[in-house]
Design a binder for this molecule. Structure first.
Ligand code: CP
Ligand code: NVA
Length: 329
């Protein structure tokens, strides 16, 4: 596998062998770090980080991964720089290209990360757009492979708002990797038809089984992992909460929903509204009477089946693998 100098914009640009290669490299790098024997492969490398939306895990994972590997990262803050308001993405890309070995971008419009890649010669990494969250997929697949009950194909469900980055990416990544994927949501919140068609085309090659259903019982039968995500994503108007809650209330991940699965592990990309310990979580919980959690109840989130913090940890090991695979000389 040679991913040197490749962009990482969306899962569909990669083969199953390449994606599994990244996961295998993450296993190696994670073991090196845990045993205190990490070898630095990115000495002298510089990475630009652009975050037009907020982040805890993705930003810190990129920063820590570069530091562990002997490289350096620079945050370009849209609020205090020219990007977007006074300078186009094409011009910004051509400036950063002269100084940096790679560029990470998080923002709304997927076209922006594509433009950065078009106008720069260095690898561009998608740290989340409204359409895809591919670095999250590396962490999710590593975590599922670590916890899978057997070595066969992964069997998982995504329950909730499936027409956004997490639903799209979990459908596409599973399609490429040959998984048994269930999208469990009201049909109006399924990935758009173009994404469903592209995923089905990859499934035809990989042997993946893709099921889109409104029926929770059917969707969860036999799965080993249940994923969800927030019901309203970054950048969406707060007015959509009313409609979203009425659509998704039957799809909240609680212990009754989990009982339909096969002693499944619970997964969430985080951040999650599972309690009232954040201002927004409290406000939504009280406004809609979801006092024990919004997209997931607190008892499921805090249960022994919940592997959300393994998943969060793996963001760093998998992003490190991506950086090493694309930037190492
Ligand atoms: N899961 C995830 O992308 O987290 P952040 O928004 O904190 O980066
Ligand atoms: N769907 C969420 C994912 C956050 C990591 C969002 O876009 O806000």
């Amino acid at each position: 596998m040679n991913l040197n100098n490749r962009d990482f914009l969306q899962e569909s640009d990669f083969s199953a062998i390449e994606l599994q290669g990244l996961l295998d490299l993450a296993v190696l790098l994670k073991a090196e770090k845990k045993s205190g024997s990490e070898r630095q492969r990115l000495t002298g490398k510089h990475l630009a980080l652009i975050f037009e939306k907020t982040s805890t895990r993705t930003r810190i994972a990129f920063e820590l991964a570069m530091k562990d590997q002997g490289g350096h990262s620079t945050l370009l803050d849209p609020a205090s720089s020219q990007i977007g308001h006074k300078e186009s993405i094409a011009d910004t890309a051509r400036v950063l290209d002269r100084w940096f070995d790679g560029i990470e971008y998080r923002g709304a419009d997927h076209a922006t990360v594509l433009a950065l890649a078009e106008f720069s010669s260095v690898p561009v990494f998608n740290g989340l757009t409204d359409r895809w969250h591919p670095t999250q997929m590396l962490a999710d697949f590593l975590t599922m492979q670590e916890h899978a009950p057997d070595t066969g194909s992964l069997r998982y469900a995504y329950v909730g708002d499936a027409r956004y980055n997490m639903g799209n990416s979990l459908l596409m990544m599973g399609a490429i990797m040959g998984s048994d994927v269930r999208i469990v949501a009201p049909a109006v919140l399924w990935p758009d038809q173009e994404i469903q068609d592209a995923a089905q085309a990859r499934a035809a090659q990989s042997g993946a089984i893709l099921t889109l259903t409104e029926n929770v019982e059917e969707g969860l039968a036999g799965v080993d992992f249940v994923h969800t995500d927030v019901w309203v994503s970054m950048g969406e108007a707060k007015e959509v909460w009313d409609e979203r809650v009425s659509l998704l209330r039957p799809y909240r991940v609680d212990s009754a929903l989990m009982a339909h699965a096969n002693h499944a592990k619970f997964m969430h990309c985080l951040p999650a509204y599972h309690d009232q310990n954040t201002a927004i979580g409290r406000q939504i919980a009280q406004q809609f009477g979801l006092l024990d959690g919004v997209e997931v109840t607190d008892d499921v989130f805090e249960s022994p089946s919940s592997i959300v913090f393994d998943q969060a940890e793996n963001r760093m090991h998998t992003i490190k693998a991506l950086l090493v695979a694309t930037l190492e000389n």
